[in-house]
Design a protein around this ligand. Structure first.
Ligand SMILES: Cc1cc2nc3c(=O)[nH]c(=O)nc-3n(C[C@H](O)[C@H](O)[C@H](O)COP(=O)(O)OP(=O)(O)OC[C@H]3O[C@@H](n4cnc5c(N)ncnc54)[C@H](O)[C@@H]3O)c2cc1C
Length: 497
């Protein structure tokens, strides 16, 4: 018998391992494991497993229509595979490569080793156009564009799937550990998991929402409708990046619309580009891209971190974003950048704790995008343009009526929009009149933003301009940048020196 092991690929369309397993014409068992080690990991939270469970229910419903089933089990994958192998002889194990944290990387390596010992063929497929173990970007772009994004979508014929009906003993092993009830309870405010939802979101984006994509992408409230909102579906593999890219091309051609589609397609491209960074260097989960920044001695924990993490900084846009994340698991790119730059420069906090806290909150948490993005916003590559998103300017430019802020901070509901930029500047009389006492109903600012950011920027630049940081750049560019960008950066450095 053969197994298709599902991980971050929770779909039935355009699924290479599934298509290959079906093509063998032999019995196949479809398996997903809720693994206690991943549930206990510091970067995951219930919302991720609830989303995965919803995806699995969606798959189960689609499979049932074909008289097929997927086994959803609670347990470490190696234990489950060993149990299966006691009852049946496993010939092939099919799965996708996962570009994740060290925990999932080690797990996959152990599975591979175990398969080798048991003489089981472990057939692992690349996803997202990433290349396993690649240490630089030579030829990478061509394989992504002319390869992955251009290949036809893989057809999966479920009617040809020979499903393995398992015996009672194995079933009792599968059922031994119940799936935690909190994973099975849906929660309002969050996007619902599943391949069918992914396509619903995508169709409505392609047909209508895309028209405001570029105009609204930076606005915390309007972006909720005008961005594709595909991120959790891509992160959990409910839809493939290849299919997304190809439909965007087709729709752009059909409608003649270029600006919005081209901005959207760039981001699908970036996605693979970022994921490849983590694939190239798994250590960037815990080490700065430019190791010279290990010197920065940004703070760990403490009152400033608590205030940031709990949305109590006294800066309305920062606090509203944090509350919104708690309740919905999603905010737009610019506001994610603002949360990280505020914590990195105004509060001088270490990036690792920010990464973990946000990973738990982001429904779309994808280590391959997350760690490189956090590092970029915290300035840890040492070559990206430093862009610090001022939280007051974000209110002025992107939420001038205060719609987003008031939605998430009801204590500011009566405060006029002009005071939402710097509420601490309201007079005592205004505070009484607008039912918001600063320091009581809403916090006083935890730091003086202008002063703290300016001082900390100087500290940051001292390291960035150090010989050590500059010396590391050429090897960083070779590893993480496509060759044309690497050349551009090299030239810039030469001109500056
Ligand atoms: C600090 C920080 C952490 C982030 N962590 C994550 C994360 O864990 N998971 C995640 O999916 N995105 C992450 N992003 C990127 C981005 O904010 C989200 O992908 C985007 O907001 C998701 O909304 P959307 O699906 O509507 O995006 P759209 O704008 O509609 O884009 C479509 C898809 O392109 C990809 N994408 C979009 N922007 C980027 C980007 N800047 N870099 C790489 N890929 C991108 C995503 O897969 C997204 O779903 C992070 C950004 C920052 C600044």
């Amino acid at each position: 018998m053969n197994i298709v092991w599902f991980k971050k690929d929770l779909r039935l369309r355009d699924h290479d391992p599934l298509a290959e397993a079906i093509a063998l014409g032999k019995p196949v068992l479809l398996l997903y494991c809720f693994e206690p080690s991943l549930i206990a990991a510091e970067d995951t939270s219930t919302r991720h497993f609830r989303f995965a469970y919803e995806c699995l229910v969606d798959m189960r419903t689609a499979l049932a229509k074909e008289g097929q089933e997927i086994h959803i089990v609670c347990g470490e994958v190696l234990d489950i595979l060993s149990s299966i192998n006691e009852f049946y002889s496993i010939a092939n194990l099919f799965s996708y490569e996962e570009v994740g944290t060290k925990l999932t990387f080690d797990r996959d390596r152990n599975v591979k080793k175990w398969c080798l010992e048991k003489e089981i063929a472990f057939k692992s497929f690349a996803q997202n156009g990433t290349v396993r173990g690649k240490k630089n970007r030579a030829d990478w772009q061509a394989q992504l564009e002319a390869g992955y994004f251009s290949y036809p979508v893989t057809k999966v014929d479920l009617s040809k799937l020979v499903n393995l009906k398992i015996g009672a003993e194995l079933k009792s092993i599968f059922d031994k550990e119940p799936i935690p009830t909190e994973f099975q309870e849906s929660k309002t405010g969050f996007q619902k998991g599943g391949e069918s939802y992914a396509w619903k979101y995508y169709k409505s984006f392609l047909q209508k929402r895309v028209w405001n994509y570029s105009r609204h992408i930076s606005k915390p409230e309007l972006s909720r409708k005008s961005c594709s909102r595909l991120s959790p579906y891509l992160a959990f593999g409910c839809i493939s990046a290849k299919a997304v890219m190809q439909y965007a091309f087709a729709q752009s051609k059909k409608t003649g619309e270029e600006w919005n589609f081209s901005n959207f397609k760039s981001r699908i491209w970036w996605r693979s580009h970022y994921i490849q960074k983590l694939e190239t260097d798994w250590q960037i989960e815990s080490q700065p891209i430019n190791r010279a920044f290990n010197e920065l001695d940004r703070a760990v924990g403490g009152k400033l971190f608590e205030a940031w993490a709990n949305g109590k900084t006294g800066y309305p846009m920062v606090d509203a974003c944090m509350k919104c994340l708690e309740e919905t698991g999603w905010i737009n790119f610019r506001m994610r950048g603002m949360l990280v730059t505020f914590a990195s420069y105004a509060l001088w906090l270490d990036w690792r704790q920010l990464a973990t806290h946000l990973a738990k909150l982001f429904l779309d948490y994808d280590p391959g995008i997350h760690y490189p993005q956090i590092q970029m916003q915290a300035g840890l590559s040492g070559y990206h343009t430093l862009r610090i998103f001022n939280p007051m300017a974000q209110v002025e430019k992107h939420d001038s009526e205060g719609v987003f802020i008031k939605r998430w901070l009801p204590e500011l509901i009566d405060v006029p929009p002009s005071h939402l930029i710097e509420p601490w500047k309201m007079t005592q009389m205004e505070q009484t009149f607008y039912n918001c006492k600063i320091g009581e109903d809403y916090p006083s600012p935890i730091v003086d933003y202008g002063l703290a950011t300016s001082e900390n920027k100087d500290r940051y630049w001292a390291t960035r301009q150090s010989l050590e940081a500059k010396k590391n750049l050429p090897s960083i560019w070779e590893k993480y940048c496509v060759p044309s960008d690497a050349e551009k950066y090299k030239l810039q450095l030469k001109l500056k020196d």
